[in-house]
Design a binder for this molecule. Structure first.
Ligand code: NAD
Length: 424
């Protein structure tokens, strides 16, 4: 076993040079499942990477060249699936591990989809609506052979939204005829699923509820601290408040606010809409980013950035449970410390899958040309996530490992089986 672990480790080092430290979690699973080096390589490797140059004429007449990317990790279980990110930091390296993470998410929740990630290295806040539309349409003109409802289905991610998806659908349909299933996260009027926008945040609430059941516990009167008040954090806060959880602190990029008696999330949303940040909210006092993360609470929900909890911070957290709403907010080293301290982590590949599950429902609806009601979507979402939670809790108990290790083992095994069947 030790020998095999060492072999895998050597290969992981080289893969990590071009991928991300979160690949350590995949490596751990491969070692625990006693996979050979060849099997691990099959899992860690990528199917395809595409980079396209897009010279855009700006509104002032100048030309600026942007680069668009799509990284496809695997499609053994179904078409590639993953977000499209518009951000200056977008590059192949940044997208590779995110594509792999998508594969693990779809595999864990049993979706017939693979994993991918893509984007454009632009700052959408600095582009006019016309520039953004032109760039998006240009991306489709250059990339259309690599996406499609049976090939690769993008969705909104950082810096993109339902409008961007609508432009993609339209440009793709110009080439191939009406094809709503080429993207998910569209406006409902043009084929989007009801409740897609709130799905990741609501999914966090569902997973936390399942965790409480698993512990024969209840959510009402538990306390939560939420880092991030965007798409994931805001809807998670609302969902948790509706489940009776007391939200005692919330932060956004400008800082945080806290109130031990609980924050009224609806009022905080109004305040943020009016002032642009959570700071200065009447119903709470301001608190800085680091102090907020170290507050004593039942649940610390990380819904903003990657690599927030490193080894040092992990030693100082006072939460009972860390919930990963963002992608990889706890580093590998941080995770090892949390395991030592018996702080539970509800891992990203389980907790933040609500969005991709509802994206899957949208894709199914588009193929069937039959919209579902929001109630049906919520019911199916709850049922899918509950099954995934049950599987993860059972493996964690049976194999005496953390929930993250359990989730990675299940997802990795499914991926490996599918890749093996299709490749050999
Ligand atoms: P978003 O841009 O809507 O919101 C991000 C929030 O984080 C904003 O409120 C921002 O102010 C805040 N933030 C930024 N820096 C911060 C800091 N230092 N401290 C506290 N808050 C800070 O993004 P989102 O869609 O909510 O996504 C959040 C994370 O979750 C990202 O990592 C994303 O990749 C991941 N994720 C999103 C989805 C989804 O469906 N939106 C699904 C899975 C994973």
């Amino acid at each position: 076993m030790a020998k095999k672990s060492a072999r895998v480790h050597d290969r992981v080092k080289s893969v990590r040079e071009e991928m991300h430290e979160s690949m350590q979690f995949l490596k751990e699973a491969a070692v625990a499942l006693d996979y050979s080096d060849r099997e691990y390589q099959l899992l860690a490797g990528l199917s395809r990477e595409v980079r396209v140059a897009m010279p855009l004429q700006r509104d002032d007449g100048s030309i600026e060249t942007y680069y668009g990317y799509r990284v496809q990790h695997h499609n053994a279980l179904g078409p590639y699936k993953g977000g499209l990110r518009y951000h200056p930091s977008v590059n192949l390296n940044a997208l590779r591990w995110l594509a792999c993470l998508m594969s693990l998410k779809t595999a864990l929740v049993g979706l017939p989809l693979g994993g991918a990630k893509g984007g454009i290295d632009c700052d959408p806040k600095l582009l006019s609506r016309r520039e953004l539309r032109s760039l998006t349409r240009y991306f489709v003109q250059k990339m259309h052979r690599n996406i499609g409802p049976n090939l690769d289905i993008p969705a909104p991610d950082v810096g993109t939204n339902a409008q961007v998806m609508a432009w993609i659908q339209d440009e793709y349909s110009v080439i191939y005829g009406y094809t709503p299933g080429v993207v998910t996260g569209k406006p409902t009027l043009v084929g989007g699923a009801a409740g897609r926008e709130s799905a990741t945040g609501r999914g966090l609430g569902i997973v936390m509820q399942q965790y409480a059941h698993h512990r024969a516990d209840e959510l009402p009167n538990k306390t939560a601290v939420i880092q991030g008040f965007g798409n994931v954090g805001l809807y998670a806060a609302m969902d948790l408040m509706n489940r009776g959880v007391k939200i005692i602190a919330v932060s956004d990029s400008s800082g945080g606010v806290t109130n031990k008696a609980g924050i009224d999330v609806q009022q905080l949303v109004k305040h943020k809409n009016a002032t642009g940040s959570v700071l200065g909210f009447d119903g709470a006092r301001d608190i800085d980013h680091q102090a907020l993360l170290k507050l004593k609470c039942n649940f610390l929900v990380l819904a903003a950035l990657s690599s927030v909890v490193d080894e040092a911070l992990a030693r100082r957290l006072k939460a009972d449970v860390v919930v990963e709403g963002a992608n990889n907010p706890v580093t590998y080293a941080g995770d090892l410390v949390l395991r030592d301290r018996d702080i539970i982590v509800l891992p990203d590949i389980l907790a933040s899958t609500g969005g991709v599950v509802v994206s899957y429902f949208e894709w199914v609806q588009n193929i069937q040309h039959m919209p579902w009601s929001e109630e049906q979507i919520t019911e199916e979402l709850t049922s899918r996530l509950a099954s995934a939670c049950d599987a993860v809790f059972a493996v964690a108990t049976g194999q005496n490992c953390s929930l993250r290790e359990a989730a990675h083992r299940i997802a990795t095994e499914r991926l490996k089986e599918a890749l093996w069947i299709t490749a050999f």
